[in-house]
Write a protein of this length. Structure first.
Length: 155
């Protein structure tokens, strides 16, 4: 890292900590709402969204883990729980035998369809209703820029 640490200025530290608080509180509140008002957890919802966005509702398990920024073991354990509940199935990869696909089931499709309206309502109530369209565009630009840099070096 070098000999010289680039310590955060007061403004930088305030912005960083505010961002972390915002992220933590939004995720926590959304997670509690999803758990109490639907049959899917926030983690389930994230997996199901990734699968519904994928062609044929299937993704390699490692690609799914990367997309959600989860470790392989967390993904494997969570998928096993979702399989038991009938939301997804594991489908071994016949082409190369190296891994497995996770495939959304009819029950998984029904679960996300039932949960999505409340999720969208909560996103509006907790976040979108409190920012202007200009602020939203700026946040999207900032987020895209940072994600692009993170994707250049996916540690």
């Amino acid at each position: 890292m070098g000999d010289r640490v680039r310590w955060l200025t007061a403004d930088e530290q305030h912005a960083w900590r505010s961002f972390l608080r915002l992220n933590d509180r939004l995720r926590g509140r959304l997670s509690r709402l999803m758990s109490t008002e639907s049959n899917v957890s926030a983690a389930d919802f994230g997996v199901l969204v990734e699968l519904t966005d994928a062609p044929d509702g299937r993704r390699r398990i490692l690609d799914l883990a990367r997309a959600l920024e989860w470790e392989k073991s967390r993904m494997s354990h969570h998928i096993a729980r979702m399989v038991k509940r009938g939301l997804v199935v594991r489908d071994e990869c016949a082409e190369d035998g190296r891994g497995a696909f996770v495939v959304i089931t009819e029950e998984g499709c029904a679960a996300i369809e039932a949960a999505a309206p409340r999720h969208v309502e909560a996103v509006r109530e907790l976040f979108l209703d409190h920012v202007t369209p200009a602020e939203l565009r700026m946040l999207a630009q900032l987020s895209d820029r940072v994600v692009e840099k993170l994707d250049e070096d996916p540690a």
